[in-house]
Design a protein around this ligand. Structure first.
Ligand code: ADP
Ligand code: MG
Length: 390
């Protein structure tokens, strides 16, 4: 689960990590009051969306007077913000964080994540933080310091010290850095985060270390034990289809391709997507309808796929173990009754009651191709969807 920058910063503050003063607003009318509350003469208006790269997308605006702040608010509130990290549609801006502008001397990067390769919580730190950190990571990876925390131990003060030393921080900054890193680690482990990032972590002209940005992702599987975190969820930032799918216990992820996939089991779904690619097509989604699925759920899944704008064909691949293939067939027919059938569809059913299922489909009044062999099914749907797009 993702949260907003302002929420991450609240968590940071509670754990003694310094952040700039800021006021959250949802209406331009609140802007001038926010500015006087913050004081000073420079403010930064920051769009609250679940994506980074806001600076590059025009979602972080530096303002030198209240009128400019109001103009920035007017421009951003209610808009869709597109950044290098969103899709072409962008994300809705419903809230803004107005912050006191800081005197930045240096922008560092500090992050914590689970490194799957070493199976350790890993600290990433760099002196070259800021909006081009991705470039630093790909072109000069040696400028990023990596430290894997011993899974049987914890992150110690000595560990922090050695990271600070590698960064060549002064003694005064080292103390603040250590405090920040230890607090980050505390948040990471007690709240079951999967990623925390402060980019940039700035050194101000006054030599204070401040978290100027904040990103925290939480492990969905551990959310049940963090009611305080669940409360931070903002569904306006979630993909409509994925949200709808979640309500039907369907694991659905939108992708860029043209072939809609409906499969049971995550492993089989991935193998099916690979096979589509192998035969020259590209999947429009990942969809696992689950093990003990119902006709109603299948119908919903089918509806979701069919209404995806770029879809040129649908491949259904069900291996009936717990789930019965005749139920799947009924679900598909129910969905077609409801939403119509505008796309070519190839169905491969294997396992429990596969013959009954296939008979139901081929006996229907609709033009449904059935295939017993998965490779043939993939080749067929790629060909049909290419014809469709001509
Ligand atoms: P994103 O990572 O989504 O682009 P950031 O919060 O990191 O958004 O902001 C982008 C850049 O804007 C920062 O690297 C920093 O240079 C500048 N910035 C952000 N907040 C402030 C602030 N309060 N004062 C001064 N500059 C800021
Ligand atoms: Mg940032």
């Amino acid at each position: 689960m993702h949260i907003h920058e302002y929420q991450a910063k609240t968590l940071f503050s509670r754990n003694n990590i310094k952040t700039p003063k800021g006021v959250l607003i949802a209406n331009t009318k609140e802007a001038s009051k926010a500015c006087s509350e913050l004081g000073g003469g420079i403010w930064v208006v920051k769009a609250q969306v679940h994506a980074g790269g806001r600076g590059k997308g025009g979602g972080v605006i530096l303002c030198y007077d209240v009128e400019a702040v109001e103009n920035a608010c007017e421009k951003l509130l209610g808009s869709q913000l597109i950044t290098p990290q969103t899709d072409a549609k962008g994300l809705p801006v419903n809230q803004l964080l107005i912050e006191a502008g800081q005197n930045i001397k240096q922008e560092l990067y500090l992050g914590l994540l689970v490194d799957r390769q070493t199976q350790k919580i890993t600290v990433l730190a760099s002196l070259e933080g800021g909006m081009d950190i991705e470039k630093v990571a790909s072109e000069t990876p040696d400028k990023i310091i990596k430290f894997g925390v011993d899974p049987l131990g914890t992150l110690s003060l000595q560990d922090c010290d050695s990271i600070a030393q590698q960064l060549n921080l002064t003694e005064m900054l080292t103390e603040q850095f250590n405090q920040t890193l230890l607090s980050l680690y505390e948040i990471f482990t007690t709240k079951d985060a999967s990623l925390i990032e402060i980019n940039p972590l700035i050194v101000t002209v006054e030599n204070t270390l401040l978290a100027l940005d904040g990103k925290i992702d939480f492990d969905d599987n551990a959310l049940y034990r963090h009611e305080d975190i669940i409360e931070l969820r903002d569904t306006s930032q979630e993909d409509e289809k994925e949200k709808e799918a979640g309500e039907y216990q369907l694991n659905y992820i939108s992708l860029d391709g043209t072939i809609g996939c409906m499969v049971n089991g995550a492993g089989l779904a991935m193998a099916t997507m690979d096979l589509i690619e192998h035969h020259g097509g590209s999947p429009a989604n990942f969809l696992d309808v689950g093990g003990g699925t119902t006709a109603q759920r299948v119908a919903k899944a089918f509806e979701l796929i069919q209404t995806e704008a770029n879809v040129g064909g649908v491949l259904v691949n069900i291996f009936g173990g717990i789930v019965r293939c005749d139920l799947i067939a009924e679900g598909i027919l129910q969905a077609i009754e409801k939403v119509g059938l505008s796309l070519p569809i190839v169905v491969r059913l294997e396992g429990t009651n596969a013959q009954q299922g296939l008979a139901l489909l081929s006996g229907s009044k609709y033009n449904i191709y059935t295939e017993a062999d998965l490779t043939q099914a993939a080749i067929k749907i790629v060909a049909l969807s290419q014809e469709q797009s001509k």
